[in-house]
Design a protein around this ligand. Sequence first.
Ligand code: GTQ
Length: 348
Amino acid sequence: MSSDLGRIEDLPTEYVAALRENNTLPLWPSLRAMLPHGIPARSTQPVLWRYKDVRPNLMRAGDLAPIEKAERRVLVLCNPGLGLDTMRATPTIYIGMQLILPGEVAPNHRHTPSAVRVVVEGNGGFTVVNGEKLPMEKGDLILTPPGLWHEHGHEGQGPVIWLDALDLPLIYGMEASYSMEGPSQAITKPIGFGPARFGQGGVVPYRSLDAARERFPMLRFPWKDVKLALNQLAKVTPLGEPVQLAYVNPETGRECLSTLGFSAIQLRPGEELKFPKRSASAVVHVVEGAGTALVDGVENRFEETDTFAVPTHSNVQIVNASNQSPAYLFMVDDAPLQRKLGIYQVFD
Ligand code: GTQ
């Protein structure tokens, strides 16, 4: 196995200077760094963001950053292994915590990155996507796919906070990230439009079989339905096997967005789950319950509404701290992108 392919310092100085002069670089001294044997080079740390640390600073942003000036009032969860200025929780996944206060409006825009929201706390928030008003209740997943207009509002009391997940590092890295602003949308669809048509597993509106496929038939996945489905699945899943549901496009049965994937996990009371090692990176948000996550030997004790990063190719074990109640997790990963690239791997 060749690991010593020579160092740049061993080359004649005037040769290296001549290469630089011509905007070129010799591959061989860096080949192994770019193509390491067996496992990728990884800088992502299995970091835990505690909600009790993030929330007070987010509330302070409520005073410091008026919504009219901020457009989106967000604290970005940054992975220290990837640098605190590059807005990455993992190499492909951006995570933000967004605060909206009663009566505020986060104005209408659309952009090339894909985004989703998972509601963390508060009542009365809503997002309008493509003329559909989507109520935001704790644990709900709301999609704002690439290019679709979206704006947020709040018609309740107290703060509303949600987690934003975007493929921004990827799209920005491609130099393909941009947005457009527009006037507030007219609401053109009845409330509950998506779940009323596509919210029941196994059945879809008859006429959708003949119609051209909608790219995004479900924009809101209510947590109460997903939790019920997890509770049903838990009853028939052998212990030791993850109780995990993928959020899919109900018309295709495949992932609902092309880059990022979403799933919900139930940890049964006292359950210790070992996940198979995977090539995808992920971020896990704790919807309900508490426990311990052991990620590549780093132990993180998590509480409800905490969030942690899972690097590619890492060993993951998650334990429910309670012997009485289930715990519920939401996971976002870049597996859909990796599947499309033909590089997705599960190492059982
Ligand atoms: O709410 O549309 O965290 O455009 C980052 C970019 C949220 C949003 C973010 C965004 C949004």
